[in-house]
Design a protein around this ligand. Structure first.
Ligand code: C5P
Ligand code: ZN
Length: 474
């Protein structure tokens, strides 16, 4: 990887003009910001554009772009065999295209293709390093002074839930977090890992706690008030709602102790590292990496990724627009969750569960919603969830699973790619989170294929002659 980074750094430095293409999610926007700032600092003329996914049109436009170099961030690896231009750098972490030769060769370097993806170096791109992380590693190779961008890579990793499997960042992600910490941009704190510690009122912070949910507290406003009351913690101060991060140390310790006690065996999953971005005030919504990532998602997934990019560049003027986007995101997510629940849309099959949101949920958000449904109490945690939403070019599919299933052989990226191709679509992603686009009239057939693939992946990895165990309906 060090050799490939050095060679990619040379390609970037030598380019007169660069076109950056990046993904619209939090990781993609952070990656795009890192590339953008890096190129600014080099004084290289460049543009930054956002894509929801790689389509045939994107491939054609990358191949024919007049710039010296196209730098694709957080996208591209899954479609490698389709690019044929000279001057292409990819910093991605999606599962690489199996039709590609799999490893950077001398020929690639000669032709001006530099593919930087953790999977090709034996590093797991679903939780050890993300698109922004790979982009940062290249940026730091270009100039060690770019270490001040490490915190953006932490936001990207957290935005892609890379900290979820171990309740902390690990591998290259952890090294990047240390870079940010050493540079004074990040504080690594041990805390409960629920969302919204800075900006949610205390009661909501507890009420919406999920993955794991807190029995008697999650989804139960009265339970939250009773808990706070029994701990002697006032939910308001001076008539204003307090947040979790405003608790004084004694209150914080009491609350953590009691919540861990209630959680019992699940306590381990609720506690770990949280990442504080030191340059921002807590109330700004940018002071906590998870909340920062949500702001970026609420821009990118609602066709306003450029505002997210401006936020990453420190443009506080963009924050107001981002804040409006976040309010819209909140409304959309909450309406989406109620829509699924009220209409009993979640259906169970033997090895998968699924829902079809039709036109009610945006295709760019259906994956986030599927992840939330999977971690809620409405749902079986031990089988994957598949979600459909109508999109311009067919039906968008999002798939999510828990890491224990991945440990037992599941790879949703392969499932989405294979099943989508069989029904005339395309897909890919990561082992725990993947997606596809398929023709609208092939959903049932697609589900049948997905179910077969999921069961055979898990069966394959079980002991010889052994049966599928905990994936059975329970
Ligand atoms: O859209 P969603 O959030 O469900 O996507 C999950 C993951 O799958 C993302 O990392 C996305 O880039 C990837 N994906 C893909 N090809 C698609 C759709 C999604 O590689 N057609
Ligand atoms: Zn990503």
């Amino acid at each position: 990887m060090a050799r490939d980074l050095a060679s990619a750094a040379r390609m970037v430095r030598d380019a007169g003009t660069v076109r950056v293409v990046t993904h619209i999610d939090a990781d993609g926007i952070s990656a795009g910001a890192i590339a953008d700032i890096t190129l600014d600092r080099l004084g290289i003329e460049h543009t930054v554009g956002f894509e929801k996914k790689i389509t045939d049109e994107v491939v054609a436009s990358v191949n024919s772009s007049p710039e010296d170099l196209v730098w694709i961030c957080d996208l591209g690896s899954g479609y490698l065999s389709q690019f044929d231009r000279d001057g292409l750098v990819i910093t991605d972490h999606h599962v690489p295209d199996p039709k590609w030769r799999g490893r950077q060769t001398l020929l690639d370097s000669f032709c001006g293709l530099q593919h930087l993806n953790p999977h090709t170096y034996g590093i797991d791109g679903s939780f050890e390093v993300c698109g922004a992380g790979m982009t940062y590693l290249l940026s730091k190779e270009i100039d060690p002074a770019n270490v001040d961008l490490a915190y953006l890579a932490v936001v990207g990793a957290v935005g892609d839930f890379q900290d979820s499997s171990n309740q902390r960042l690990v591998g290259p992600n952890a090294a990047i977090a240390r870079d940010a910490e050493t540079n004074g941009d990040l504080l690594i704190e041990e805390d409960l890992r629920f969302f919204g510690r800075d900006t949610r009122p205390l009661v909501q912070y507890l009420q919406y706690a999920s993955d794991p949910s807190i029995p008697g507290v999650s989804d139960n406003a009265k339970g939250c008030l009773d808990l706070l009351d029994s701990l002697g913690i006032p939910p308001k101060s001076g008539g204003r709602n307090r947040s979790w991060s405003e608790l004084d140390p004694a209150e914080h310790d009491r609350a953590v102790g009691r919540i861990m006690e209630i959680l019992g065996d699940d306590a381990r999953k609720a506690y770990g590292e949280m990442y504080r971005i030191t340059r921002y005030d807590r109330k700004s919504g940018l002071g906590d990496a998870k909340e920062f990532a949500t702001i970026l998602n609420s821009c990118g997934r609602y066709d306003d990724a450029p505002t997210g990019l401006r936020v990453c560049r420190g443009d506080v003027g963009a924050l107001k627009t981002a804040e409006e986007n976040r309010a819209e995101h909140r409304r959309h997510i909450s309406a989406a969750l109620s829509y699924i629940r009220d209409n009993h849309l979640l259906r169970e099959r033997r090895f998968i569960q699924w829902f079809d949101a039709g036109t009610e949920i945006k295709e760019t958000v259906v994956g986030i919603v599927a992840g939330m449904v999977l971690s809620s109490s409405d749902c079986r945690r031990n089988i994957p969830i598949i979600a459909f939403a109508d999109s311009e070019d067919g039906v968008k599919v999002s798939a999510r699973a828990n890491r224990d299933l991945v440990d037992r052989g599941l790879d949703l990226s392969e499932v989405m790619k294979t099943a989508a191709e069989i029904v005339g679509g395309f897909g890919g992603g990561h082992s725990v989170a993947a997606g596809a686009t398929i023709p609208a009239d092939r959903k049932e057939e697609f589900l049948d294929i997905v179910e077969d693939l999921v069961s055979s992946q898990i069966e394959r990895s079980e002991t010889p002659g052994g049966r599928v165990r905990s994936i059975h309906p329970s």
